[in-house]
Design a protein around this ligand. Structure first.
Ligand code: FES
Length: 491
């Protein structure tokens, strides 16, 4: 019998993105019932599906993992203890099914005997019809040569390696890879769950597990009451799943839901990306991470001998790796923090204060429209964060990026952009060079208009210096892009 699968489960199994399956559903190629897909329809549409046939999925997974921190990359397979528990949970389920089947089989046999008994020597026509119906039904089941449902077999196998999580009330779904905690998997999948320390101490990730089983991965100090435990509450930062689970989880719906934080972090490294841009890598303590949304900014501060130096920068990294914070810092006039950084006065191991996060330059919630990113110079930083987040949540298959640089060698992470364009089926990258911010704004929007005939269907994001964003936003409005599909940040 065909098995019903959620869209994300089906996408995971056959190795395509969720957005591409949703497109096929929208175009009527793939039927869906209450948001579920039948394994039969899936194998009809992807007849050659094999477990190892996951090219597109792997390409995207590789991109995501390259973006994410080592903590996330280290996961591949669950450790032995977790694997054993997941297998035990699946065996219990199998045993339950076996018990039910044996019960139904006994019931049918008893019914057949009862019919024979009632029929006696002169069976009525109805009893004979019923007996024949049962005999042919049983023969059909026992002698069935129906092909095995490959997708269902793969689903069972993948459930051991990668349990599925459904979040209530949002209905979002994600998968736990290897030995990840539920919190780590939620962040990697682009969700914005409530949490604080990430270490079992603050209780902010407390959530109620409605169904399924968890296993503690490391101890935490936060005490859950006996009543909370009885109701199924657990700390998501210190548990993984051993079966598919449904969990009631608090999520941030907008930047307003993210609390203002102050974290003292250490400089991990400061590496020039080119002559005028520095990659600053900061690392938070294990027990005090920064919670933020992709695209947001923070204020960084260092103490000098006679004064404190502070400046606001957009994060260039993904919230999924909340310990490793990346920034692309330009050596701009009047920016004392940047001057100290470029002068070598902010070094590896130094303490830096981080306040924030700030701003509402984030992806439009739940939008599945295609995305266009219009960038000038280090406006690339918040866009990188947004793009990585869009990939994590499978927001859309179609992304266009126009990056204007005001120096000939200003595309300081061009390789990263080319890698996205090569790996993703519908990611287009257009670099260009212009004399200054306003010229870059005009040229970038001209490129957008020339390359996207259906611009009104896109969500448009603009980032760069104020002179650039002002020109670009004005030109985009003149081209018919309207709120709420247009967001910009001057940085
Ligand atoms: S995030 Fe602090 S206890 Fe889980």
């Amino acid at each position: 019998m065909a098995q019903l699968l959620t869209v994300s489960r089906a996408a995971h199994l056959i190795g395509v993105t969720r957005a591409s399956l949703q497109k096929k559903i929208g175009e009527g190629e793939l039927p869906s019932f209450d948001g579920m897909i039948s394994s039969e329809d899936l194998t009809r549409l992807f007849p050659d599906v094999r477990l190892e046939d996951t090219g597109a999925f792997e390409r995207i997974t590789k991109i995501k993992e390259e973006s994410f921190g080592r903590r996330v990359r280290e996961r591949v397979l669950p450790n032995q203890a977790i694997l054993a528990q997941r297998l035990a949970a699946q065996s219990e389920e199998l045993e339950d099914v076996r018990r039910h089947l044996a019960h139904y089989h006994d019931l049918i046999e008893a019914l057949r005997e009862r019919i024979d008994f009632m029929a006696g020597d002169a069976p009525s026509e109805q009893l004979l019809t019923l007996a024949n119906f049962l005999d042919s039904g049983l023969a059909g089941v026992l002698g069935s040569d129906e092909p095995i449902d490959t997708v269902a077999v793969m689903d069972d196998m993948l459930r051991v390696v990668s349990p599925h999580v459904t979040v209530k009330p949002s209905g979002r779904e994600f998968f736990i890879e290897g030995s990840e905690t539920v919190l780590q998997a939620a962040l990697r999948s682009g969700l914005a769950p409530s949490y604080g320390c990430g270490n079992g101490n603050c209780g902010l990730c407390k959530a109620r597990v409605v169904s399924g089983k968890l296993r503690q991965t490391h101890p935490g100090d936060y005490p859950l009451s006996a009543n909370e435990r009885a109701q199924g509450y657990a700390l998501l930062c210190s548990h993984t799943a051993v079966s598919d689970i449904v969990v009631e989880m608090l999520e941030a719906n907008s930047p307003d839901d993210i609390p203002e934080q102050h974290v003292v972090v250490k400089v991990k490294s400061a590496t020039p990306l080119d002559a005028g841009v520095m990659l600053l890598h900061l690392q938070t303590p294990r027990t005090n991470r920064l919670r933020f949304l992709a695209g947001q900014s923070v204020t960084l501060g260092v103490s000098g001998s006679s004064a404190d130096f502070r400046a606001e920068y957009p994060l260039a990294s993904c919230p999924c790796d909340d310990r490793n914070l990346l920034f692309h810092i330009r050596n701009a006039d009047g920016d004392d923090f940047a001057s100290r950084l470029f002068a070598g006065a902010v070094k590896s191991g130094d303490a830096v204060s981080v306040w924030g996060p700030w701003g509402d330059f984030v992806l439009r919630k739940d939008s599945t429209r295609p995305l266009v990113f219009v960038i000038c110079d280090t406006g690339f930083a918040p866009m990188k964060s947004l793009i990585e987040h869009a990939l994590a949540i499978d927001a859309t298959d179609t992304m266009v990026m126009v990056w204007a640089a005001t120096r000939a060698d200003g595309h300081y992470l061009a390789n990263q952009c080319r890698a996205w364009a090569e790996a993703l089926d519908d990611f287009r990258y257009f670099p260009l060079v212009a004399a200054d911010g306003p010229a870059a704004g005009t040229a970038a929007v001209a490129s957008v208009i020339a390359n996207i005939p259906n611009l009104a269907d896109f969500d448009v994001y603009v980032a760069g210096a104020a002179a650039f964003t002002e020109t670009a936003v004005k030109a985009l409005r003149a081209a018919g892009v309207v709120d709420p599909y247009l967001s910009s940040i001057a940085c």
